[in-house]
Every structure is written in structure tokens, then in C-alpha cells.
Design a protein around this ligand. Structure first.
Ligand code: CS2
Length: 490
């Protein structure tokens, strides 16, 4: 028998720390699109700290664009949930009260919320594939299902670009204050990319609106960081120990948190500094550091670790061969990054290794491996091009790429099959079954995927040769043997 459901701060009987304000005294000011575990462990926590320190009507209307699960967990709890932080020194927990309510799979209600004059900021964590923006042209991707649907019916939008454009148009017509749009996904220059996507979408409907958006809506960029595994039964059990209540919306994360934000909020913002956010004029160098070092090595260790039979990142880090390759990857990543004032990249790399090793965090390699086509360009290919151009070591990036290619075969050396969980999965499977599966046919087919590899890599025989050699080793020997051989090259 589990405890009664969490529904108010007064219910709490356990050691969890409580919000530093009375939630009902604060109205909403933010709509968040994509209220998954990451948002609850990151921006919602920062907003909670900001309200506690500085007050204000900044609570959050969360939106799940497709699923109803999170709304069913949070709404009966009046938006309250437990955030559990697990570090080597122990576990702490905090009750977060910044979420007011959640709208689930209801585009009309989402548009209504976006048009509420009280809303001054729209934040997003919709994952790389959620935007529907072609990264090369920076225009709406007409093949993206939500983009296609919203261009056909712009008055009843269901996707990110359509909803933002319709809300901005309606607020403009009603004379409401423009909101600021803040992307919190792991994409390079995420604000500028989203601005180009929204302006491009609006231009297909109304050129005057497109020009107005370009001139009047702020799209600051931000770099977000906090390792947040998917919640499990153990998360719910720990939340019950912490609160004395059943909390079906509990999340867990590492203790580390970072948010670097471009300070451009013409309609105001919460005092996110109270939660540790850093405001800067230019986020780009921080984004590049994080995408290249953390996310790049994460993807590399996820593909190689998963194929070597490791379920969690901490297990991968206990594998001497892959752990050595993670260190090699970080060194290569540093070699293509510009120096950052106040940040020592060698220390940053050491801190990443410690975070990946965190024994209290069960972060699945399979979770990180998903959506490879959406992640590799900024994590692996962009630094690979820079390394190629500067005549630096490209092998670590080629190695990560070969491991992704091996992963695309959908079967481990021991015969375990799995879904790729990638929006381009069907396309990948069809190009890979077309010919015989040798390293060169696989590598050629994947290098030819449209709008994926940068032309500099496709055209480089040096790059192609290294990728193919490593892939061939995984096929002729095994993934595990190839990892050991690769680590011995260092
Ligand atoms: C991970 C990220 O799933 C992934 O692809 O690399 O979610 C990573 O855990 C976060 O960016 C950490 O801030």
C-alpha cells in the first residue's frame, strides 16, 4: 500500500526541503513547451529559486505537446513534485512549486495559454527533432509532420513553429506585450535557429508578420546542463521516503546544474541568478564547449558502451578501454575549442569524467543513443570539420561516427536486436538493407544520407578511410575487441 498522493505543501511529513514561498500567492508568467524530466530538474527549479528569492508572477504553465502522462502525474498534485539530487556524498530532495498546471496533448488550450497576456516568456525543451527546422537552410522543414500540418492549417496549429507563430500573431493583433522565446535544447545557437525557423514559417503565411517577428520578438540563446536520467520506480520510492506521500511526478538528477543565458528579455524575466543561472552577452562559446565536450563524448560512450553491453553510463566509465577513449575524445574536443574566459577546459573535462562516473546516477546508454541523426552534426561532425581544417586529430570523431554506424545495424555482437529510436530510422534501415553489409557499403550509404554529413567530411578521403577502418574492425572482430585495440592506440 503506498501513501496517499501528494497534493499540497501541508501534506509533507518527510525531510524534503520545502518551497520558500506560498505557491498560491504567485501567478503564471511562463509557458513551457515540452515539460519532461529535464525541464523539471532544471528550468523549473531555477524558477522556483527565483520566486523564493525575488517573488513575482513567474509560475509555469507546462505543456506536453503529445503525451498525457506528465499532466496526469502533475495536475492531481497541483503541479508539486519532488526533485531528488543524487551525488556521491548522498541524496537530497526538494519540493518544487513553480509549475502551476500542465496542458496535455491539447493544441487549442496550448494556443490559449500562449495568448494569455500574463505570459511574458515561452521556454522550450522539445528535443532536437521537435523544432521542425532544417539545420542547413535554417528554414522550416516541410517534410516534418507538424510543420506540414501547420502550414496547411495555420489557424489550428499543433507543432512548435505553428503554435509560436499563431500566438505571436494573435497577441500582436490584440495589442498584448510580445513574449520572449527561450530555447533550452542542446542545439547550437538555439535562439537564433528558432528565430529563423519561426520567421521562415511566418513568411510562408504572412510576410508582414514575418518582418514584425524579426523586429519585435527576442529569441535569446541558452546553454543548459544537468544530467537527468528517466525516472524509475526507485525515483518514486525515494520521493515517498522524502515526502511521506506518493509522488508520480518525481524526478532525479545529478547535483551539478548549469544555465548560461543570453541576457535579452525585453518583457522581463525571473531572477534566475538566484538558482545559479549565468547571464552573458554571447552564449556561443559556452554552447560549443558543452555540445563538443559533454554531449560529444556522451554520444560516443553511449554507442560504444551500449554495443559493448553496458546499460548505464557509470558502467561504461568502469570499462577501462571506453573510459580511456572518453578521455581521448575530450582532449580532441579541447583542441578545436576557442579558449573561454574564466573556464579551464582541462578542469571542465576532469569534472565531466567525475560526473559520468557518478555511481548514484543510473543514466541509460540507450537513452543517450536515441535520435543520433539529430545529435551527431553538432556534437561530432562540426568539431570533426574543425579538426580536419586545422590538421588536428580527427580519429576520435571518426571513431564516434563509426560506433554510431555500427549501432545503426540494430543488432549487437551477441545478437540482441533493438530499435534505433531515431526520426530517420526507416530511412537508415532502408539504405542499409539495400546492399551487402560491408564496412564500405555501410559507410558510403550513411555518408550519402541527405542533409546529414557536412560536405567537408563526405569529400575527405582521409576521414572516410578512418571511419571505414574502425567500422570494419567492429564487423570483422567484435565491438569489444575493437574498443580494446582503439584504446591501445593512445
Ligand atoms: C545526453 C544529454 O541524451 C543525451 O543525448 O547527451 O541529454 C545530456 O545528458 C544533457 O545534455 C546534460 O546536460
Amino acid at each position: 500500500m503506498s501513501a496517499p498522493r501528494l497534493s499540497g505543501v501541508a501534506d509533507i511529513t518527510g525531510p524534503v526541503s520545502l518551497p520558500g514561498y506560498e505557491p498560491s500567492q504567485h501567478g503564471v508568467g511562463i509557458v513551457h513547451l515540452g515539460i519532461g524530466a529535464f525541464h523539471r530538474a532544471h528550468q523549473a527549479l531555477m524558477t522556483d529559486a527565483a520566486i523564493a528569492a525575488d517573488g513575482g508572477d513567474w509560475r509555469i504553465v507546462g505543456v506536453s505537446l503529445r503525451s498525457t502522462e506528465i499532466a496526469e502525474a502533475l495536475n492531481p498534485q497541483n503541479g508539486l513534485y519532488t526533485l531528488i539530487e543524487r551525488g556521491e556524498e548522498g541524496t537530497t530532495a526538494r519540493l518544487v512549486a513553480s509549475v502551476s498546471r500542465v496542458i496535455a496533448a491539447d493544441p487549442a488550450a496550448t494556443l490559449e495559454a500562449l495568448c494569455d497576456a500574463a505570459i511574458r516568456i515561452v521556454t522550450l525543451t522539445v528535443t532536437e527533432k521537435g523544432y521542425g527546422i532544417d539545420r542547413l537552410t535554417r528554414l522550416p522543414d516541410l517534410a516534418h509532420p507538424a510543420v506540414a500540418a501547420d502550414l496547411a492549417n495555420p489557424e489550428t496549429p499543433v507543432g512548435v513553429l505553428g503554435l509560436l507563430t499563431a500566438a505571436i500573431a494573435r497577441r500582436r493583433a490584440e495589442g498584448a506585450m510580445p513574449f520572449t522565446v527561450l530555447s533550452c535544447d542542446n542545439l547550437p545557437e538555439n535562439g537564433a535557429l528558432l528565430r529563423d525557423g519561426v520567421v521562415g514559417f511566418a513568411r510562408r503565411i504572412d510576410a508582414g508578420l514575418a518582418d514584425w517577428i524579426a523586429a519585435n520578438i527576442a529569441f535569446p540563446s541558452s546553454m543548459v546542463d544537468r544530467i537527468t536520467p528517466a525516472s524509475t520506480a526507485e525515483t518514486i520510492a525515494e520521493a515517498e521516503r522524502q515526502t511521506g506521500r506518493q509522488d508520480l511526478a518525481a524526478v532525479e538528477s545529478e547535483p551539478f546544474i548549469q544555465w548560461v543565458v543570453e541576457d535579452h528579455f525585453p518583457s522581463g524575466r525571473p531572477l534566475w541568478e538566484a538558482g545559479g543561472a549565468i547571464f552573458v552577452d554571447d552564449v556561443v562559446p559556452y554552447e560549443r564547449m558543452k555540445l563538443t565536450m559533454l554531449n560529444g563524448s556522451h554520444s560516443m560512450l553511449a554507442y560504444s558502451g551500449f554495443l559493448a553491453g553496458h546499460r548505464y553510463v557509470r558502467d561504461v566509465m568502469a570499462d577501462p578501454a571506453i573510459s580511456a577513449l572518453v578521455q581521448r575524445h575530450l582532449t580532441a574536443a579541447i583542441s578545436v575549442l576557442p579558449p573561454l574566459p574564466n573556464i579551464d577546459l582541462v578542469h571542465y573535462a576532469a569534472a565531466l569524467l567525475a560526473r559520468f562516473r557518478n555511481p548514484a546516477i543510473a543514466h541509460e546508454t540507450f537513452q543517450i543513443a536515441m535520435d543520433g541523426t539529430q545529435k551527431l552534426p553538432q556534437r561530432i561532425f562540426q568539431p570533426a570539420v574543425l579538426a580536419l581544417q586545422a590538421d588536428r586529430d580527427i580519429r576520435p570523431f571518426a571513431f564516434a561516427t563509426a560506433m554510431w554506424m555500427r549501432y545503426c545495424l540494430g543488432e549487437t555482437d551477441t545478437g540482441v536486436t533493438y530499435a534505433l529510436r531515431d526520426p530517420r530510422e526507416a530511412e537508415i534501415r532502408s539504405v542499409l538493407t539495400a546492399g551487402s553489409r560491408t564496412a564500405s557499403t555501410i559507410s558510403d550509404a550513411l555518408h550519402r544520407l541527405p542533409r546529414f554529413f557536412p560536405p567537408e567530411l563526405v569529400a575527405s578521403s582521409k576521414w572516410r578511410r578512418i571511419v571505414e577502418t574502425i567500422l570494419e574492425s567492429t564487423l570483422k572482430k567484435s565491438v569489444v575487441d575493437s574498443l580494446v585495440l582503439e584504446a591501445a592506440l593512445r
